[in-house]
Design a protein around this ligand. Structure first.
Ligand SMILES: [Zn+2]
Length: 415
């Protein structure tokens, strides 16, 4: 057993313990421990209590005491359950053209759009792809994101989709942040595939997914169900086959047209992500299921479109996670805290709903049960903000970043 670490004092510890997974949350449902310290061993929390109760559990000269200066409020390390940070090349030119009024189709015709990212990613060396992704992962960690999901999906052929997943795995192994990888080879029909969308999906099922399983690169399969990508029927077919191979199903759903969330419910997906145009009908379906709705406010901000109707989604009894969707096309910001706070303003989320959506409820969107809540036995993934009241975290609209970040009990030093 490692030596113990006693860290504190914290004016408040927002534990997220006993917060329900689904439905609306009032701020008074937050479990807050006042003036406490956290005792850590072997990367896990073993106790949260007052200094007087914990000081006898550490041995002078052997264990470590990390004393914070000034007021701090701690909460679980943030979890970003939907990103596309493994890519090469910038799309700032697309962004400029979009701001000047050009449509996505016109931009794509000029050599922009997703195909430019696919080309750049395929052409990037392993080292470039590794460094790009590592830099973005470190930036997430420095903002207090201690676990992030990362998708493939900018290669769209067997060899380079596997390469993307290998890069994500290498970064997970070399960077303190935990990365959960997802195979998104069904992002769009690649221009250079000879055949229909259905034939491409059959090709992935036969040639890519078994190899992903064999190399243990991912246990999550995602598909983009949208008018210009894959139909609901194609999505249903693909995800059923992926589940038979042992994958969890994820859906990019209802971003511009509906259909995706219904498929998510039908296949028992872990999450349905986007939901900008989700209507009452889909919300009712989601509410009766275990699918976690994931809102991506960064994509709405990037494209200048409405946010997902998350107030209605919560009021219907659904859960709600928020993710950055960090990607080069529609969501280049990659700041989950700013985005969750923005979403909260426009959709009237309580502070409890905003904070749960990027911690405990986001963990559920990745089926992770050992984090997202500060309690005994969980991973010591902890962030602390230099404030004396937890409401300041949301009040500063994401501008205020944590100055203490711990991953599995290890203090992360910001550059
Ligand atoms: Zn996405």
């Amino acid at each position: 057993m490692d030596n113990k670490i006693l860290v504190g004092p914290f004016r408040q510890i927002i534990t997220m313990d006993e917060v329900p997974l689904k439905g609306p949350l009032h701020d008074n449902q937050l479990h807050i421990i006042e003036s406490a310290w956290i005792l850590i061993q072997d990367g896990k929390m073993i106790s949260i209590d007052s200094y007087n109760k914990l000081k006898n559990k550490v041995v002078d000269g052997k264990d470590e005491i990390q004393q914070m200066n000034g007021d701090h409020v701690a909460m679980p390390g943030m979890i970003d359950p939907h990103t596309h940070i493994c890519y090469a090349g910038s799309r700032s030119n697309d962004y400029a053209l979009r701001l000047s009024g050009m449509s996505y189709l016109e931009i794509a015709a000029r050599g922009g759009g997703i195909w430019s990212t696919v080309t750049n990613t395929r052409n990037a060396s392993d080292e470039t792809l590794y460094l790009n992704t590592h830099t973005r992962a470190s930036s997430l960690l420095n903002d207090g994101v201690t676990t992030a999901e990362v998708k493939s999906g900018y290669a769209l052929n067997v060899e380079d989709e596997l390469r993307m997943l290998e890069v994500i795995k290498r970064i997970n192994d070399s960077n303190e942040i935990d990365l959960v990888s997802t195979c998104l080879a069904a992002h769009t029909l690649p221009k250079d595939f000879q055949g229909s969308a259905k034939q491409y999906l059959e090709f992935l099922i036969k040639n890519l997914l078994p190899e992903v399983v064999k190399r243990k690169l991912s246990s999550r399969a995602d598909i983009y169900i949208e008018k210009n990508a894959f139909s609901a029927d194609e999505g249903l077919f693909y995800l059923k086959e992926a589940k038979n191979l042992g994958f969890d199903a994820i859906v990019h759903a209802d971003q511009f047209t509906t259909g995706g969330s219904e498929v998510a419910v039908e296949v028992g997906a872990v999450s349905a992500d986007h939901l900008e145009v989700t209507s009452d009908r889909e919300i009712a379906l989601l509410a009766r299921s275990d699918v976690i709705p994931v809102s991506l406010p960064g994509a709405s901000i990037g494209l200048g479109v409405s946010f997902a109707p998350v107030r209605k989604i919560l009021d219907a009894g659904c859960s709600l996670a928020v993710a950055s969707d960090w990607n080069p096309g529609s969501a280049p910001m990659g700041d989950i805290l700013v985005q969750a706070c923005m979403l909260g303003v426009y959709e009237h989320l309580t502070m409890a709903e905003t904070l749960a959506s990027i911690t405990y409820r986001a963990a559920a969107a990745l089926r992770l049960r050992d984090r997202g809540i500060l309690k005994k036995g969980n991973q010591a993934d902890i962030v602390a903000f230099p404030v004396s009241d937890y409401r300041d975290i949301v009040y500063y609209q994401g501008k205020m970043k944590p100055d203490i970040i711990m991953k599995k009990g290890k203090l992360i030093h910001k550059p």
